[in-house]
Design a binder for this molecule. Structure first.
Ligand SMILES: CSC[C@H]1O[C@H](OP(=O)(O)O)[C@H](O)[C@@H]1O
Length: 374
């Protein structure tokens, strides 16, 4: 690979581009802000760079954010190692972990996968230091801790890919033939690989279903027009990009047989946070009697929440709405409200496709059953 400038490396060639890859203890993140025109990897080898890549959406998508967060915990500790003196007091190691956790948890608020991953990593961390009887940690023990954390992060990644395959299998049986509408990006770029909602679409197509995809452009970040279209082109799945405002009329004209989207946080009653515009789609789907599916792994559920009321909705910089390619598209001094997500009420959702099985209403009863016994 050639290094084109600090931390930006352009791959010579790649088969199916991954949202990120791990090489010599460094994380290379595909800068999704530059797709589909440029495929450039950002070398995230410090905690600050990992946090930056999540916050600025070089990497985005709930499951992908979770995996990168998990790897970020390892990178944060690895980076600190050279500045530590051993034997290291446990309390100092704990405060180092808390600093890393605080940094990553403030990157983006809505995708619960970020916090789920932090909790998984903290469990390994806590379990490890609890096994160290004395108050201090030697260099060798620290190396062992790093190995355990790296192993946990990589298994979170592998589990996600497997979950995608299972969701693809379950969901592809649900999808009808004909026009399928999807919103935002839920493919390999938003996950550990393969995709959630786009993984269901991909699997249905691989199984020979005659489907055609309506791709909501998904302003302002254009995850649909730039990322989903890019993935579908590579997969040779037929699609057309539509403006977000066209979805309703296509439904009225009978062009949409089903809608399938991803999720960033699902409450225990089935209320679901997803990219802004999802709620409107769900209302239109209900109006037109069109099935509305959510595809998400179990790591996207937040069972501490009774309903979607408690889901934090990210508000991003208004510049993302007011500009295009850094050029102002609104009058000078104009202001914008840049809600990055909305919450779809459970009653608008036909079914939630997970790697543990398909959850149907009443969600408040069935979510726990499927997630526990699936
Ligand atoms: C695989 S679900 C991805 C989920 O995340 C997206 O949000 P963002 O691009 O801002 O990270 C969108 O809500 C997708 O449904």
């Amino acid at each position: 690979m050639k290094k084109i400038k600090d931390n930006l490396i352009e791959p010579k060639e790649a088969d199916f581009i991954k949202a990120f890859y791990w090489e010599n203890s460094s994380l290379f993140i595909l800068d999704q802000r530059k797709l589909p025109l440029k495929e450039i990897y950002y070398k995230a080898n410090t905690l600050k760079k990992v946090r930056y890549s999540i916050k600025e959406m070089l990497v985005r998508g709930a499951p992908a954010i979770g995996i990168v967060t998990a790897i970020g915990v390892y990178i944060g500790l690895k980076e600190a190692q050279s500045k530590l003196t051993f034997p290291l007091a446990k309390k100092n190691l704990l405060s180092l972990f808390v600093r890393i956790e605080k940094s990553l948890s403030s990157a983006r608020p809505t995708a619960v996968n970020l916090f789920w991953a932090l909790k998984r990593m903290k469990g390994v961390f806590q379990g490890f230091i609890n096994k160290i009887p004395e108050g201090n940690l030697g260099q060798r023990a620290f190396e062992e801790l790093l190995k355990s954390l790296q192993k946990e992060a990589l298994s979170i990644w592998e589990e996600d890919i497997l979950a995608n395959f299972k969701m693809g299998e379950y969901g592809s049986n649900l999808l009808p033939e004909g026009g399928i509408l999807t919103h935002c990006n839920t493919g390999a770029l938003a996950t550990g690989g393969y995709g959630t909602a786009l993984g269901v679409i991909r699997r249905a197509y691989e199984k020979g279903k005659k489907i055609f995809i309506w791709v909501d452009e998904t302003r302002p970040f254009l995850q649909g027009a730039r990322l989903t279209a890019w993935e579908l082109s590579k997969l040779k799945i037929p699609y057309k990009i539509i403006t977000d405002n066209s979805a309703g009329y296509l439904m009225k004209k009978g062009k949409v047989r089903a809608i399938i989207v991803g999720a960033d946080r699902i409450a225990s009653n089935g209320d679901t946070a997803n990219k802004i515009g999802t709620y409107s789609l769900s209302v239109l789907a209900k109006e037109h009697g069109i099935p509305f599916y959510i595809a998400a792994p179990s790591s996207t559920f937040d069972l501490t929440l009774a309903s979607g009321e408690g889901i934090p909705v990210e508000v991003r910089n208004e510049k993302e709405v007011l500009t295009c390619k850094r050029k102002l598209i609104a009058p000078a001094g104009a202001q914008a409200m840049n809600l990055a997500f909305d919450v779809t009420p459970a009653e608008n959702i036909t079914a939630i496709i997970t790697e543990k099985g398909i959850i149907v209403p009443p969600f408040s009863q069935n979510i726990l059953n499927v997630l526990k016994n699936g």
